[in-house]
Design a protein around this ligand. Sequence first.
Ligand code: GRF
Length: 202
Amino acid sequence: MKLKRLGFLASGRGSNMQAVIDAVKAKQLDAEPCVVISNNSTSGAMQRARKEGIPSYHLSSRTHPVPEELDAAIMNTLVSHRVDLVILAGYMKKIGAKTLARFRNRILNIHPALLPKFGGKGMYGSRVHEAVLAAGETETGVSMHIVDGEYDTGPIVAQTRLPVRKDDTVESLSKRVLSREHSFLVETLQKIVSGGLILPRA
Ligand code: GRF
């Protein structure tokens, strides 16, 4: 089965999602961004979706105070847009049991470090790069993994490495890793849609 119809869950700026949309428009990626879901109604991701004409939905504990109902709403939204593959592009919430079951092995997260190091609750944004520098690592990278019910713990499907330079700051490292994330996400998705990278059975 082709995994072309992409659904995004994003909480923030949405630059990774934008990189995918741009690659699709440039015909570098044979996929179709179909829907964007955000827990933050004013997020950059929601604004980008509107600008691109991609259906977008604010689904959060505000719209659905009962967690099971929020989970069902997220799952139904993905299903109704016939999504094959879900991308967590800076999504800060856990995925509920119903969505996980319906999209088993079909939800991917991108993380700005070499998991299993520097992942888990609270490890997001500049905190990741702060921790990498504080640990004196000589390399960092980008990981893509299958999402389970925890933060940053599912099986890794793709990783790329980047050197940490002696004079790196949190800012310089964040910038370099983010730029690599954009290309790596597109490359990895293209491998998945073309069958060069096979995900575990759904
Ligand atoms: C990225 O660093 C991604 O790896 C992490 O959250 C950040 C999202 O950035 N999960 P953006 O919203 O795609 O710009």
